[in-house]
Write a protein that binds this ligand. Structure first.
Ligand SMILES: *[C@@H]1O[C@H](CO)[C@@H](O)[C@H](O)[C@H]1NC(C)=O
Ligand SMILES: *[C@@H]1O[C@H](CO)[C@@H](O)[C@H](O)[C@H]1NC(C)=O
Ligand SMILES: *[C@@H]1O[C@H](CO)[C@@H](O)[C@H](O)[C@H]1NC(C)=O
Ligand SMILES: *[C@@H]1O[C@H](CO)[C@@H](O)[C@H](O)[C@H]1NC(C)=O
Length: 398
């Protein structure tokens, strides 16, 4: 009889130990009958073991199948961890959170402190998949600039209880709402215009327009583009002292007091008007006195620059006293000054000579021309008259 063994493994170990013993004893003291009896018992034992072992395998197989079946029926791994809550939420800075349960279906609310404005979601709900609806709440400082008051790309600059818009180029106004007049520089555009310059003198560009300006001593005419010399003498704007005469010039004036030729020998002069000197009567036998100019007159001419030539500037004529026959012949000439070929003096009719400008003059400059006119009767010299012409050329063409 073999003892009840705790497990088949130990049974087998015992079994083989017995078998070894039996074989050792069979060669010594055991008779054949006894050995056959032991072998039969061992055969029965093996059969029993075989059945138990087979039964165990069958149960194991069945359990394995059940396990396999249940494993295949299991849900997916991530679904197996089906969320029941959402991640915790924090109250925003300068704000408050209402609700502390983060389970699926619960809501959390947010508000902001005074002076702050909520950006993001005021309410968030925990969804089935463990995520919150909406977006994170942020409390923003309520400022004047918060409403984006500056238009057209203007930049809002915070101030104390106010804001200021810094406008981009071409925009202006408190909210950059005005498109600045994109100025056309008329002066530049029309500078080389064939149709004539906008301004006779100077063009001044102003936003959206232009105006013409004139040099000092000139005034703008009603046409808005021409300049006219101011006659300071006529308008009493001069400061010429007593005894001098105001002569208007382009852009200004001169105070003049022409002097008669100095007396020398028997020749002397007396001033008969501000612009005229007459020779005192000569001794009958003084020839040098008789050929000296009988009259010397003074003439002032104000000219603009670049006057078109030829230009008759001055006429000189003789006038015979009533009832007396005048000279039957006149001769004219240029006898002095600094005009260097700029003028010619020529007779224009029987009793008149003309001073003609033949070169263009550029101002500012002053030119003196002494013109004389000699009278003849029966080819005999009678008298000579001198005209001192003073020409003042302004710097401008107007
Ligand atoms: C959760 O579900 C919502 C719609 O219900 C979806 O928009 C979101 O993308 C989902 N999130 C994740 C992580 O699956
Ligand atoms: C402003 O206007 C001028 C003239 O129209 C233009 O040339 C310039 O490009 C504009 N500047 C901007 C920034 O729009
Ligand atoms: C007239 O005034 C100008 C300045 O306006 C001065 O230079 C000039 O000397 C003055 N002339 C006379 C005669 O007072
Ligand atoms: C001036 O006239 C007198 C005669 O009246 C004459 O004697 C004298 O020579 C003359 N002088 C000159 C400089 O011509």
């Amino acid at each position: 009889h073999l003892p009840n063994s705790p497990s088949p493994e130990t049974d087998f170990i015992l079994f083989f130990k017995l078998l070894t013993l039996l074989m050792l004893h069979s060669q010594t003291c055991m008779d054949k009958h006894q050995v056959v009896g032991v072998l039969r018992q061992m055969e029965k034992f093996l059969k029993g073991q075989e059945m138990r072992f087979t039964e165990g395998l069958r149960i194991m197989k069945s359990k394995l199948a059940t396990l396999q079946n249940s494993v295949s029926k299991l849900p997916q791994a991530d679904q197996s961890a089906a969320p029941t809550a959402c991640p915790p939420l924090e109250a925003p800075a300068h704000g408050t959170k209402f609700g502390s349960k983060y389970f699926v279906g619960h809501e959390v609310h947010f508000t902001c402190s005074q002076g702050y404005q909520l950006a993001g979601s005021a309410t968030r709900v925990c969804r089935d998949n463990g995520t919150w609806t909406g977006v994170g709440a942020v409390c923003k400082d309520i400022s004047e600039c918060a409403s984006n008051p500056c238009q057209n790309g203007g930049t809002c600059v915070e101030g104390v209880n106010q804001y200021k818009c810094t406008c981009p180029q071409n925009w202006s106004g408190s909210h950059c709402q005005h498109q600045t007049q994109t100025d056309v520089n008329e002066c530049e555009v029309y500078r080389l215009d064939q149709g004539g310059k906008l301004c006779v003198h100077e063009c001044v560009n102003v936003p959206g327009s232009y105006h013409c300006s004139c040099p000092s001593g000139y005034k703008l005419l009603p046409d808005g583009r021409s300049c006219e010399d101011v006659d300071e003498c006529l308008s009493q704007q001069h400061n010429c002292s007593r005894g001098t005469t105001c002569i208007n010039t382009g852009g200004g004036f001169q105070c003049v007091n022409p002097e008669c030729p100095r007396s020398h020998g028997n020749i002397s002069y007396v001033k008969t008007s501000p612009f005229q000197c007459e020779r005192n009567p000569c001794p009958m036998d003084s020839r040098s006195c008789h050929v000296a100019p009988k009259t010397v007159s003074f003439h002032y001419l104000s000219l603009t620059s670049n006057l078109q030539t030829p230009a008759t500037l001055f006429r000189m004529a003789t006038a015979s006293a009533p009832g007396r026959t005048g000279p039957d012949s006149l001769r004219f000439g240029i006898v002095g000054g600094n005009s260097r070929g700029m003028f010619v003096m020529q007779r224009s009719d029987r009793q008149t000579g003309e001073l003609i400008l033949v070169q263009q003059l550029r101002g500012p400059q002053e030119i003196s021309i002494d013109v004389d006119m000699s009278e003849y009767s029966d080819r005999t010299f009678q008298a000579k008259h001198v005209a001192r012409v003073h020409v003042m050329v302004s710097p401008y063409n107007f």
